[in-house]
Design a protein. Structure first.
Length: 344
């Protein structure tokens, strides 16, 4: 089997010129039968795109795959948590070709039609393309990127109607958030910050998490800091100087600190968020609501509720959470299962 796979790799390399990817250095012009992906490359849409099979090591792609109803086409996948495999039978039965980094030999063995991958890894794109496997790169750094990715995948995989439905659902929800925020007086607006996995690391002002604060009616203290959509190490002293009213800790990665530790650390005691008991870990344990994707709608609503509970109640938030999971999975989930508690 190993010899056969090695032979396949060699043959695919020799046939790599037959791939469908067009050099990204050339002008990117989409047509009826092409798409421009997140890296700027132009790809031909597969002729039988309603049956195009998928692999990915990029966990961010999973919610997009599920939302667009593409799970049954997945041959191999990397999920961020078992929530996705527990609740999607097709993902549960899929294999794996690596976590973050592509196992080229395994990928060749599964032989999907396309690998969905992040947009800033040209070496992997080149290596996978050499196998004769197309690579569809996605970029999801902000809401516009999320909607572009939905539209891109919709066109590429022949599910444009569903992609439009998901985008419209998100637009409707954010319009509802806007209607609530309009009722909050300016003199009641609070400052907030999203902290990363390490103390002193924060979401830059150009990141989705900071945009979510602003969309929820908050004032992001890191608005003028950061570029390239990256987490930034500003140091705890800068956070002390900013003195935010609310601290939201990301739910998208493990923390090397805890909310309780911040409350118990005397060096943080003068920060408004600490003094007023306003530090929150963004839910949910199983399905991070501050990840770039469809769930950022719920993450924004969560921030809205915590910052302005008199204007957006826990019951209203729970109803929206249920609506999200019905839209994605056709059913609701208990808060204890997902890993959040609106009573705290």
């Amino acid at each position: 089997m190993k010899k056969a796979t090695s032979l396949l790799l060699a043959l695919a390399l020799a046939l790599s010129l037959c791939g469908c990817r067009i050099d990204a250095s050339q002008p990117a012009v989409s047509g009826e039968n092409t798409v421009t992906d997140g890296s700027g490359a132009v790809l031909s849409i597969p002729k039988n795109n309603t049956k195009t099979t998928i692999a990915s090591v990029y966990a961010v792609s999973v919610p997009f795959i599920v939302a667009l109803g593409l799970s049954d086409r997945v041959k191999a996948i990397n999920v961020k948590s078992k929530f996705w495999t527990d609740n999607d039978a097709s993902l549960a039965s899929a294999g794996t070709v690596g976590r973050g980094t592509v196992d080229l030999e395994a990928l060749a063995a599964y032989a999907p039609d396309v690998l969905i991958h992040r947009s800033n890894d040209p070496k992997t794109v080149e290596a996978v393309s050499a196998l004769g496997i197309d690579v569809l790169c996605i970029k999801t750094e902000n809401l516009d990127d999320v909607k572009r990715t939905l539209t891109l995948m919709g066109k590429y995989f022949g599910v444009s109607d569903r992609a439009a439905e998901v985008c419209n659902w998100m637009d409707t929800k954010f319009a509802y958030i806007d209607s609530v925020v309009k009722t909050i007086p300016e003199d009641k607006r609070v400052t907030a910050l999203v902290m990363g996995g390490e103390l002193g690391r924060i979401a830059g002002g150009d990141m989705l998490q900071s945009w979510m604060i602003e969309k929820a009616g908050g004032i992001c203290v890191a608005d003028s800091v950061g570029k390239d959509h990256n987490w930034i190490d500003v140091g705890v002293e800068t956070i002390f100087d900013w003195n935010p009213d609310f601290l939201f800790c990301t739910g998208s990665t493990a923390l090397n600190y805890s909310v309780d530790e911040l409350y118990g650390d005397s060096s943080w005691s003068s920060v408004n968020a600490v003094k007023n008991g306003c530090i929150y870990r963004i839910p949910a344990t199983f399905d991070a609501w501050d990840m770039p994707g469809i769930s950022c709608v719920i993450g924004t609503m969560y921030m809205l509720h915590e910052m302005y509970p008199d204007y957006f109640s826990a019951d209203e938030l729970q109803a929206q959470i249920d609506d999200y999971y019905i839209f994605m999975f056709g059913k609701t989930f208990d808060a204890s299962y997902l890993g959040y508690d609106l009573e705290k």
